[in-house]
Design a protein around this ligand. Structure first.
Ligand SMILES: Cc1cc2nc3c(=O)[nH]c(=O)nc-3n(C[C@H](O)[C@H](O)[C@H](O)COP(=O)(O)O)c2cc1C
Length: 389
């Protein structure tokens, strides 16, 4: 009998931590699973980015995160939360952001996306460091608009009820901002459908009491967010990813009131998936001061897990994910595909570098900083050209 020789090959064991595995979203390849969460800077001039954005985004794009999401960016002047919020509704806004991107992008080691947003009834607020209250028109503010004439706080003035023309205009404004984002060469878009801003206001029965095609049943309440998603998807190149940040729950179950809940989020996520959504960024709350959220490590990760399990969509876990091992566990155990880090990244813009050192990942720091790693972490900077080490 002829001798059969079986070639035995050692199984290839990939020792790369889950947090430092790449992720493909359409044609965008993220180097790792860390996202810099979108964070308003309240530092724009009539919607236009300033030198602060060069510094802030310069710092964040040196973080070696897989993706940096630029802060909630208003699709119209009246869509800003504060008068100092970033916007992308006119040529001046686009030119200002282009100047910032031209400065930071040649040195960036991250992909760069933008969060498009409409503040709805939370528009015309003061910056958080000025206590965040609504500013009335007689004090330099403007009247926000919303699905219904219901203020966010009982002591606040009611927003203007949106007409069909307003609804159509909002859809067009999101699409127009998308065209500008594409001209700016951004890699990804996230739609802000969370935290009690306009699109969330349509989803939630707390803020949406309409009796037309945009209110009542969950299907009707989802109509505008889905129309915006479709318009943005059409205006955004097919090879570029588009995700959505959702408040997975209004966190009002304890009140017994009708509210937006996780099962409705799962329905929305399935609808979004069918329309070409690339991720769900799973946040919560923001629609009512009565919300009850128990803060703690990774307190919203169970939402990301539920979305991922129910729909198969990539999900982003966010909220008090502060430790590298916590982030690694979330991704390795399959609770989420990505982790977004907000305050932790402001506290320590080198969070990803230190996570790579702790977990055994590899990053590509700028060559100018190639000698920064302590001797015991020399391997960390494997991607820096040898001469620079
Ligand atoms: C200064 C600041 C600005 C924020 N701005 C936004 C924003 O523009 N869009 C958004 O969806 N969330 C925003 N958030 C929420 C964060 O993206 C994040 O979801 C939240 O802070 C929880 O994550 P963390 O515990 O890692 O900070 C902001 C948070 C902070 C601290």
């Amino acid at each position: 009998m002829p001798l059969t020789i079986h070639r035995i090959t050692a199984p290839c064991i990939d020792m790369t931590p889950a947090l430092f595995q790449p992720l493909q979203l359409r044609q965008l390849l993220l180097a790792n699973r860390v996202v810099v969460s979108p964070m308003c800077q309240y530092s724009a001039d009539r919607g236009s980015a300033t030198d602060w954005h060069v510094m802030h985004l310069g710092s964040m794009t040196q973080s070696a995160a897989g993706l940096v999401l630029i802060e909630a960016t208003a699709v119209a002047e009246e869509a800003r939360i504060t008068s100092a919020c970033l916007g992308l509704w006119n040529d001046a806004n686009e030119a200002a952001l282009k100047r910032v991107l031209n400065a930071v992008r040649p040195h960036a080691n991250t992909a760069l996306g933008i969060q498009l947003a409409h503040a709805g009834r939370k528009a015309s607020s003061a910056a958080p460091w000025h206590r965040g209250m609504l500013i009335a028109p007689e004090h330099g503010g403007w009247v926000g608009m919303a699905p219904s004439a219901l203020p966010h706080r009982p002591e606040e003035a009611a927003p203007r009820v949106m007409t069909q023309a307003d609804i159509d205009a909002v859809v067009a404004q999101f699409a127009a901002a998308t065209v500008r984002a594409e001209r700016l060469g951004l890699d990804a878009i996230e739609l802000h459908c969370a935290h009690g801003y306009l699109l969330h206001e349509f989803l939630s029965p707390v803020s949406n009491h309409r009796t037309d095609a945009y209110g009542g049943s969950p299907e009707n309440r989802m109509r505008l967010p889905l129309a915006v998603f479709d318009a943005v998807r059409r205006a955004w190149p097919a090879h570029k990813p588009l995700g959505v940040r959702v408040s997975c729950s209004d966190c009002l179950e304890h009140t017994g009131r009708d509210s937006w809940t996780l099962p409705q989020t799962l329905r929305l996520a399935a609808e979004l998936k069918a329309r070409g959504c690339d991720w769900i960024d799973a946040s919560s709350g923001g629609i009512s001061g009565e919300q009850k959220i128990t803060l703690g490590p990774a307190y919203q990760a169970h939402f990301a897990q539920a979305v991922r399990e129910a729909t198969g969509l990539p999900s982003v876990a966010v909220g008090l994910i502060t430790e590298p091992r916590m982030a690694e566990e979330i991704v390795a155990s399959g609770r989420a595909d990505l982790v977004a880090i907000g305050r932790g990244m402001l506290w320590n813009p080198r969070w990803v570098w230190h996570a790579a050192a702790e977990l055994g990942g590899e990053i590509a720091p700028p060559p100018q900083y190639g000698r920064a790693a302590p001797r015991e972490h020399a391997k960390l900077f494997a991607k820096v050209p040898f001469g620079m080490r």
